[in-house]
Write a protein that binds this ligand. Structure first.
Ligand SMILES: Nc1ncnc2c1ncn2[C@@H]1O[C@H](COP(=O)(O)OP(=O)(O)OP(=O)(O)O)[C@@H](O)[C@H]1O
Length: 391
């Protein structure tokens, strides 16, 4: 039997011959239909179009050399990493030195690029034409750094010190402030705050000023929403610590010099202040319509679309610029007698209709991406995905 060559393979082969996509073939979506060329031709990606189909407007995204940030987020497993990584590859292949960062504690960037990117430092990605670096933030490591600073001076360290100075009463009052709890058991979302704070450290550093595009692969929706409310939380936390320092200052002049002066005992407070300052910058960055865009990634299921609608509403409430919606993993019209595919596709079409009628999502530029028949892994595959999604 004559088998049609996989378009992905065709793409990969053409990439091997040339780093440009001059011979790139339109992709075929997922299919388990009879493997003849004729049948496969009827399943071209363009046939999944619905009236809402629009291109991503990649030219606009790639225009200009000033730095731009793209954050991709959505429900777990919808394809955020694949979309973020493919966008980063496409930017790099269009002349933008690009940094792609994962702030999701359950990283999959390494898997997506088929390259070890762990370790919390910037790693060059092999393959694209312009420099592409990837960074997987390790929140646990960052949190440890933060905690060890707090242990040195805040938390139980302060209490022990106060006890030894015969100021047990004051130590009781410290308990009331729940400082130890704050520092030892970070509340939900603090991991992301620390992660983003780390990213900002990189982003602000002179040696990384070359990046003109920074793409974030964010954690699933819940984390992202918590992240947006973090600056307020941190403000309150810093307030508590300031209150603590005031109490200490007025309680005993003997220890005032120790706590009042700059030195290692201020580490925790300084770290928190630094964190707060960075979070405020992140908050400003999130809201800057000139430089930033949050792209929602979803799949055509009622659950995913409902969640995307809530995410969109929250982003808008927080004044985060959101213009594009990727609907990923769309099945092609069933050209075979696969009843399962036909049923699934019908379901998906119903879900797509939901978007047209959803007050939050209807106004977004909708980008439809097919479910492809290979795992999207490694730069050639990401380049292939980029050609489908980022047009
Ligand atoms: N359009 C697509 N066609 C086929 N497979 C896809 C498509 N998009 C994503 N996948 C596959 O789905 C899986 C999950 O994708 P990905 O890791 O990008 O999702 P995610 O939203 O980042 O997941 P998580 O929330 O777990 O980080 C991967 O195996 C990926 O290759």
């Amino acid at each position: 039997m004559l088998l049609a060559p996989s378009p992905y393979l065709a793409c990969r082969l053409s990439l091997a011959a040339s780093r440009h996509l001059s011979s790139w073939q339109p992709p075929l979506p997922f299919t388990r239909s009879p493997p003849t060329l004729v049948v496969r031709r009827t399943l071209r990606v363009r046939s999944i179009a619905t009236p809402a189909e629009a291109t991503a407007g990649f030219d606009e995204m790639a225009a200009g050399t000033e730095r731009k940030y793209y954050m991709l987020g959505g429900k777990g497993g919808v394809g955020k990493t694949s979309c973020a990584a493919s966008l980063a590859v496409k930017f790099a292949n269009n002349g933008h030195p690009t940094l792609v960062v994962s702030t999701d504690p359950a990283h999959s960037l390494s898997d997506s690029f088929a390259q070890d990117l762990s370790g919390g430092t910037l790693v060059p990605v092999d393959g694209p034409d312009s420099p592409l670096f990837a960074l997987e933030i390790n929140p646990e490591k960052a949190r440890e750094e933060f905690r060890s600073a707090s242990q040195r001076s805040g938390g139980t360290g302060v209490k022990d010190f106060m006890d030894s100075m015969g100021l047990g009463m004051l130590a009781e009052q410290l308990g009331e402030l729940k400082l130890g709890e704050l520092l030892d058991t970070p509340p939900p979302g603090l991991d992301e705050a620390i992660a983003i704070s780390k990213v900002m450290q990189f982003v602000e550093a002179q040696q990384y000023s070359m990046f003109s595009r920074i793409v974030f692969d964010t954690a699933p929706t819940g984390h992202t929403l918590r992240l947006l409310s973090l600056p307020d939380f941190l403000d309150a936390s810093i307030g508590k610590i300031m209150k603590l320092r005031q109490k200490l200052a007025s309680a005993a002049s003997a220890i005032k010099s120790v706590f009042g002066q700059e030195g290692p005992r201020q580490d925790a407070t300084d770290k928190l202040e630094q964190l707060r300052e960075r979070m405020i910058k992140v908050r400003e960055l999130f809201r800057d319509t000139e430089s930033t865009e949050f792209i929602i990634v979803t799949i055509p299921t009622v659950m995913a679309i409902s969640e995307s609608s809530r995410l969109c509403s929250s982003l808008r409430k927080e004044n985060v610029p959101v213009k594009r919606l990727i609907v990923n993993q769309i099945l092609p019209p069933s050209a075979s007698d696969c009843k399962f595919c036909a049923m699934k596709r019908k379901d998906q079409m119903r879900a797509l209709e939901m978007i047209q009628n959803d007050s939050e999502l209807m106004s977004l530029k909708q980008i439809q991406a097919p479910l492809v028949d290979v795992e999207i892994r490694g730069v050639p595959a990401l380049r292939f995905m980029g050609e489908i999604v980022w047009k």
